[in-house]
Write a protein that binds this ligand. Sequence first.
Ligand code: ADP
Ligand code: ADP
Length: 229
Amino acid sequence: EDLLVCQDISKTYHDGENDTAVLSHVSFSVATGEHIAILGSSGSGKSTLLHIMGGLDTPSDGRVLFDGSPLDSLKPKALNQVRNQQMGFIYQFHHLLGEFSALENVAMPLLIGGSSHTNANAEAKKMLELVGLAHRLQHKPAALSGGERQRVAIARALVNQPKLVMADEPTGNLDHKTGLSVYALLKDISRTLNTTFIVVTHDRELANKMDRVLTLKDGHLQPLDKVAS
Ligand code: ADP
Ligand code: ADP
């Protein structure tokens, strides 16, 4: 069945006298457990679409169904709960908290969700082991390499075992080789946990590693034949 459905999404930014139409009648569905890429050049509206899917921004028209519920029908508190408990987000920059250790950064979403410290630390440790950082639990972000920081961000995004993880250029800040290994890890863990995974990227090589690729161009979304270039 479908975990996420975008129904006829349009988005126009109103900026003083200027209207910028970014998305135009975008419709697609993502099945539970599916890995999809949304591929588009810079400025094509990828982040806008991701923000709308994640309930961070609202469409000008159309709606998003998550697990059967329209996001626009949820009250702010319920929407926050869905975002915190059922969605995970990974960005180009890791947004880890510099004052806190890797373990504390990963435990944070669990503590926010009401877990005890003992349970949060145990789960965070397990997740950091899963991303290969058992030996870096007490390191703060500044003492980690770029790839390690992004692996902590992956552990943090997945520690709540969300149904959906959304990544926006997750390897854009890493060198090519590190980026590929971080991306492979993210995909493997999503498979292991049966997490639905949506990535937005301008990188065709990364996009082609997903089950399905949709391209965003001139505000329209279209399927891409993966072998074509
Ligand atoms: P991408 O992620 O593909 O680079 P974005 O979704 O960030 O694209 O942006 C798509 C377009 O929408 C760009 O032309 C951008 O300038 C415009 N845009 C994004 N956010 C705003 C905003 N808050 N107000 C006005 N225009 C915006
Ligand atoms: P990269 O070559 O990827 O940039 P670094 O040279 O930054 O990596 O780091 C190499 C290793 O040293 C990493 O595993 C990192 O965790 C560790 N490290 C870097 N800085 C510190 C520090 N201040 N304290 C402890 N470990 C550190």
